[in-house]
Design a protein. Structure first.
Length: 132
């Protein structure tokens, strides 16, 4: 059990052409990941598809985040300056995207495709989130 990939204190990684599906918790679980790019699939996980726990800054996240028990993508605290774009967010048990705290600042949500996420498309408690 557990998450598909857990990253702590990682810089400058480019993860593409990969997937972490069907895990008991999160597909991706990240803390203090910066200046990285994820074009990824994280679907049918028991938690969040991509869970940015805290301190994740200046990342680009795209890909497929479907059928997760919780949110497709979640930013929890002090996750700043990330771009969430070109996403497929379908049938997640929570929101397609959840930006859960005012300490998440200056994130960009760019052209997501949402369909039938149980709680809705986007929950934005962040500060200065730009939705394009």
């Amino acid at each position: 059990g557990g998450s598909g990939i857990v990253m702590n204190n990682v810089k400058y990684i480019y993860l593409t052409g990969s997937a972490s599906n069907g895990n008991t918790t999160d597909g991706l679980n990240m803390t203090s990941v910066t200046n990285s790019k994820f074009d990824y699939e994280a679907s049918a996980n028991g938690g969040v598809g991509a869970n940015l726990v805290s301190g994740c800054t200046s990342n680009i996240i795209s890909g497929i985040y479907n059928n997760n028990t919780s949110h497709g993508i979640s930013l929890q605290a002090t996750d700043n300056g990330n771009t969430l774009g070109l996403l497929n967010l379908i049938s997640n048990g929570g929101f397609g995207i959840s930006i859960g705290a005012a300490s998440c600042t200056s994130n960009v949500v760019l052209a997501p495709y949402y369909l039938t996420n149980t709680s809705g498309t986007l929950s934005d408690s962040g500060t200065t989130t730009k939705i394009v």
